[in-house]
Design a protein around this ligand. Structure first.
Ligand SMILES: NC(=O)c1ccc[n+]([C@@H]2O[C@H](COP(=O)([O-])OP(=O)(O)OC[C@H]3O[C@@H](n4cnc5c(N)ncnc54)[C@H](O)[C@@H]3O)[C@@H](O)[C@H]2O)c1
Length: 358
């Protein structure tokens, strides 16, 4: 690591989210001293557990769409996670998805460049690959066939922000696999976390579909490591580059993930149906490029040890079914709650200061 790197002034947008909270702690543990968080605070009334340093970073409660060039002048690097974060969320309100995820992100990158920010790391998604469509393994140069507004926005941001790359502005696009693993700002709406929560609280995983679609998975901490390695890489190695983030051995069919989880949770029964999926996404992904270009990056976790880790956390905090089902841990439920209680307006701008985490 370049010795000066840990002195970088870093803005993490989405710092109160599922990846953002552990990312801030990860960077602090790696020696970074100047980290500022920014978040609209949509999900901060959900705190699955507290760990020192996980949620105590100072954060600015602000919408990315309201950030000015002046707000960004203090930073050397922006790590941009703040978006509506998954495919079902994008389907909930497509117009707001485009306004935040596409226009908001591109505007943030443009303003960052104007403010003199040098590094811009964008958390894209393997969802951009969409469907298998003949090719057996997707690489960064495979055609993108996004199936949802969420995934289409990822493709548009990559296109528009890569056009800003030059000698002084270094954007990098990390196409993350589907994340799993514990986070204080937990999400139970992503596949492994959801199956593990079901296994713990009900002892039953009942799939109506046949679970044949492919999905690459990556531990949340390995995403944090990829972000740090990108920040620490020479500018020429990452300028305008796209990297799939994960490990080529961690592509699974959904039914395999369910079976691994069922084996890890004692007494859990598993039944797999024969129906099709509601969700037509299926893709297997190669992660060779990130391993070749950023030799410091390695995934340290597998789905199996992630499931064990989740079981240990659930045991420690004695996770109840009520808590597993708490609205803030399912992003769509929480947004609906914020709308119903007038805490956000029709465009999802906050109308109230968020409640404290619990
Ligand atoms: N979790 C995954 O499996 C995964 C996989 C691939 C890519 N990603 C991407 O990583 C990023 C973070 O994902 P996550 O799982 O931590 O999501 P998350 O929903 O837990 O966190 C997103 C955070 O951004 C904030 N936010 C949303 N819109 C905002 C706005 N307009 N202004 C300010 N803050 C806003 C939210 O309050 C939230 O705290 C997202 O861009 C997501 O698309 C996630």
């Amino acid at each position: 690591m370049c010795p000066a790197t840990t002195d970088l002034k870093i803005l993490v947008t989405g710092s109160q989210g599922y990846i953002g909270a552990p990312l801030v702690r990860f960077l602090k543990d790696r020696g970074y001293k100047n980290i500022t968080g920014l978040d609209a605070g949509y999900y901060v009334d959900g705190l699955l557990y507290d760990v020192p340093g996980a949620t105590d970073v100072s954060y600015i409660q602000k919408d990315i769409r309201s950030l000015t060039v002046g707000d960004l002048e203090a930073f050397d690097a922006v790590i941009h996670l703040a978006e509506l974060s998954n495919d079902p969320l994008g389907m909930h309100n497509e117009a707001n998805t485009y306004a935040i995820n596409h226009e908001g992100s591109v505007q943030l990158a443009e303003r960052s460049k104007e403010a003199g920010v040098q590094r811009f790391i964008y958390t894209s998604s393997c969802s951009a690959y969409g469907i298998q469509n003949g090719e057996s393994i997707k690489t960064e140069t495979s055609p993108l066939i996004p199936q949802t507004a969420y995934a289409k926005c990822k493709v548009l941001v990559e296109r528009d922000v890569s056009a800003l790359a030059d000698d002084s502005f270094v954007p990098t696009f990390l196409r993350n696999a589907t994340a799993y693993g514990p986070s204080p700002r937990m999400r139970f709406d992503i596949v492994l976390n959801n199956l593990a929560g079901l296994a713990w609280t009900t002892g039953v995983i009942r799939m109506t579909s046949d679970g044949t679609p492919w999905r690459p998975l990556v531990h949340v901490e390995d995403i944090c490591r990829a972000i740090a390695c990108t920040l620490e890489a020479p500018a020429d190695a990452v300028r305008g580059q796209v990297f799939n983030v994960g490990d080529s051995d961690e592509n699974y069919q959904i039914r395999e993930i369910a079976s691994i989880v069922a084996d890890v949770f004692p007494g859990c029964t598993l039944s797999i149906g024969d129906g099709g999926e509601d969700d037509n996404r299926s893709y297997r992904v190669s992660f060779s490029k990130i391993h070749e270009t950023l030799p410091a990056f390695r995934c340290k976790h597998t789905v199996e040890d992630g499931a064990v880790q989740l079981r240990d956390v659930f045991e420690t905090i004695d996770l109840s079914r009520e808590r597993f089902e708490f609205r803030a841990f399912t992003r769509l439920k929480q947004l609906q709650h914020l709308i119903d209680t007038h805490q956000i307006d029709d465009a999802y701008f906050r109308q109230t200061v968020p409640e404290a985490g619990r």
